[in-house]
Design a protein around this ligand. Sequence first.
Ligand code: PEP
Length: 247
Amino acid sequence: MTLKKLVAGNWKMHGVSADLAEVSAIAEAAKERLSVDVALCLPAILIERAVRAVPGFTIGGQDVHFAPKGAHTGCVSAEMLVDAGATLTIVGHSERRDAQREADADVKAKAEAALASGLSVILCVGESLHVRDSGSAVPTVDTQLAASLPADPHGALAVAYEPIWAIGTGKIPSVDDIAEMHAALRQRLISTYGEAGAQVRILYGGSVKASNAAEIFAIRDVDGALVGGASLKADDFLPIVDAAARI
Ligand code: PEP
């Protein structure tokens, strides 16, 4: 089954007011590429200004706390993201799993809190280079996904397979390795959610660029991309969106 592709940018800790011009350029161009869903996940502090600048375009957060409110200094709740105008959030990015010691159970709780608040969710999983080299990438990531999945996808869940060693490095797995992983994740989604699991988009993330996007999007069960560095500038990001539109 072919699902509409989703190309989402993850700006990480990049972006101040001056960069809203890039958000506007991307949002304007997205209006003409209706065969692809396009989104930008921005620093929390920039979300409200971006939503005002580009009403109707999908703006997301990069993380959300699982609690609705409380003594969690520096954290952002799902209600706060919604209040700022976000309609999407990333959870479980490897940079948070590593640096903030987020466990699968935390990621699951975050996904459930976000979905319950009406946000769409991109849930990230991926293996380290050590795991890839040891030959156990597929069972490792499958186990990670199984333990991170929310109880109900609410028709608003996407999964991003992001090998940690491919993020920001310029390295990507082979076509066969991406295909093998995405097929395993699809099986996991179907065994967890039944028919609804076939509708969950599985994005690839890790050093996606204009030069490799077409090859990646042509792989079975690659339903879009989560893009870091190449999403910061419209000139780098839009050719990736165009590659998705051509599939
Ligand atoms: C990411 O961090 O989600 C990512 C995919 O980054 P990059 O595209 O820069 O590898």
